[in-house]
Design a binder for this molecule. Structure first.
Ligand code: ADP
Length: 505
């Protein structure tokens, strides 16, 4: 009778008595033994089940040991049941089972053992794990690729931008033709656009690697908004849009990174200008609401379809990739960056739109700082660079070095350029500079080593030592400082960063 019941079960089942001898096994148990040349234990009535396991357990087989220990505990009445997942090597392949053993009331002291084949599930889990691992690797490779791509794209832009700047300044002396002015302005505009794209890519990879560092301070949000208007002004004017700005009369203090926050609002204003037909209306307003500072950026432009609204802040999302954008397209990164930068500030952003053609509005909320004490945010970028300091540039990329040299000379500085660390050290002695701009990625003796030697030399002790890096501010500043540097500047050095440096020196 018991055999009949056991045969109806969809598992390999055996019942053993209080002494560990097999009382009954079902048909599946026997079949498994026949087909695979192995049986999960002894296979016919009267066999000493425990005895069959003992040699393997004594030889240190972990599965046999665990089974023996579990069954002994059950037979001694110390446990009611136990479960164990284990692999079973057959001549063809590796199978996986889950073994469950439990005391039964059917006969005092007896134990029912069942084995269930879970090979399919385990193999599916393994495949999933492998696929996940591959995806993770691909994702990491993608992040690394983006970082490298951005880095490589940024390098040639530095000399181009410097050259365009210099040529435009010199233009009245050698060429007054309108056409040249227009061409140079075009070079400048396009490089600026390219720089923005590359900067977005760089920021993106910094954020996905958790490497973005915020320089937070208490700032008046109104200053930041005014600055972001200046940044976006050009695109707003090019679209002939009317911008209405409404800011409160009293300061709105927030604790944030002024540069990053200005980037957030400039991005929203840029989008409003980009996605609104010529001659549109854009509004920027801000007001304190309870413990929050609330900023609204709205436009009467293309609007956003309802089904896109929930996805608009996802990476690489664009409502219509084919849309013509007179001032250059984007990569669908801007809003994702905006959202993540705001989150880093403890803030939020929402997008609203009544639908296509009905305009869009973006509402930003930032935690407000309770009371005054707001320092003003950084002013706008200086248009002119002025200095009479002596500057030594050590940079292996000749185009970068030479264009930087010309830029600084135009500003009034005395400049020498060296293309490797050793020559730089020689020049330090002969030239006696006030400031050394030193690339970190020099071939051979790198920037760190060169910096240590500069600091060790008599002329180098008092000099202002500035590290130039193409990798952005995530470069470990501790290491840079330990090598003797005073400052770290990301290439291309902006006019603002250079002027700040000269003002401090
Ligand atoms: P990008 O502008 O580079 O495409 P963003 O992340 O800044 O990337 O924006 C994503 C998409 O959201 C845009 O492609 C556009 O379709 C839509 N969008 C953003 N801002 C607006 C706006 N003010 N009005 C209409 N659509 C917008």
């Amino acid at each position: 009778m018991i055999r009949g019941i056991l045969d109806s079960l969809a598992h390999e089942v055996a019942v053993i008595d209080e002494a560990g001898k097999v009382l009954a096994v079902n048909e599946r148990w026997l079949r498994f033994g026949r087909e695979n040349g192995v049986a999960p234990g002894a296979n016919s009535a009267g066999v000493d089940y425990l005895g069959a396991i003992r040699p393997a357990a004594a030889a240190g087989d972990p599965v046999a040991s665990a089974v023996l220990e579990g069954l002994l505990a059950l037979l001694a009445g110390k446990r009611r049941d136990f479960t164990l997942e284990y692999p079973c090597q057959t001549p063809d392949r590796m199978l996986w089972f889950v073994m469950h053993a439990a005391r039964t009331d059917w006969r005092p002291g007896a134990v029912v053992i069942s084995h269930t084949d879970i090979t399919e599930r385990v193999e599916a889990e393994q495949r999933l794990l492998e696929a996940t691992e591959k995806l993770r690797e691909a994702d990491t490779r993608k992040d690394e690729f983006i970082a490298t791509l951005a880095h490589e794209l940024r390098n040639p832009l530095t000399p181009i931008k410097n050259a365009a700047y210099l040529l435009r300044r010199q233009l009245p002396d050698f060429d007054k033709k309108e056409r040249s002015v227009a061409l140079l302005s075009m070079v400048d505009r396009q490089t600026t656009h390219l720089l923005h794209l590359v900067d977005d890519l760089l920021d993106l990879s910094r954020i996905s690697c958790g490497k973005i560092g915020l320089k937070r301070e208490t700032v008046d949000l109104r200053e930041i908004l005014r600055h972001s208007v200046e940044v976006a002004q050009r695109n707003i004017e090019m679209g002939a849009h009317k911008l209405e700005v409404s800011l409160p009369e009293t300061p709105m203090s927030v604790y944030g990174d002024p540069v990053r926050l200005a980037q957030v609002f400039a991005n929203l204003l840029d989008n409003a200008a980009k996605y609104t037909q010529h001659g549109g209306a854009i509004r920027l307003s801000a007001e304190p609401r309870g413990a929050e500072a609330v900023v609204l950026v709205s436009d009467n432009g293309l609007g956003i379809p309802a089904d896109m609204l929930p996805r608009i802040f996802d990476l690489f999302t664009q409502v219509d990739r084919k849309i013509a954008r007179p001032r250059g397209g984007g990569l669908g990164i801007g809003l994702a960056l905006v959202k993540r930068l705001l989150e880093l500030h403890g803030g939020t952003i929402e997008a609203h739109s009544e639908g296509p053609g009905k305009g869009s509005s973006f509402i930003v909320r930032l935690p407000a700082v309770a009371r005054g004490g707001a320092e003003t945010a950084q002013g706008s970028a200086p248009h002119e660079l002025r200095t009479t300091l002596r500057v030594l540039v050590i940079e292996d990329n000749r185009d970068v070095a030479e264009s930087l040299q010309m830029l600084l000379e135009t500003a009034g500085a005395m400049v020498r350029a060296a293309y490797d660390g050793a020559t730089g050290l020689d020049m330090l002695t002969s030239f006696n500079p006030d400031i050394v701009l030193l690339d970190l990625d020099l071939p051979g003796m790198d920037g760190y080593e060169t910096a240590r030697l500069i600091r060790a030399s008599p002329q180098g002790r008092g000099v202002k030592l500035v590290a130039l890096t193409g990798w952005g501010p995530e470069q470990a500043f501790e290491r840079v400082r330990a090598a003797g540097f005073d400052r770290l500047i990301t290439k291309p050095a902006s006019l603002r960063a250079l002027q700040q440096l000269f003002d401090e020196a």
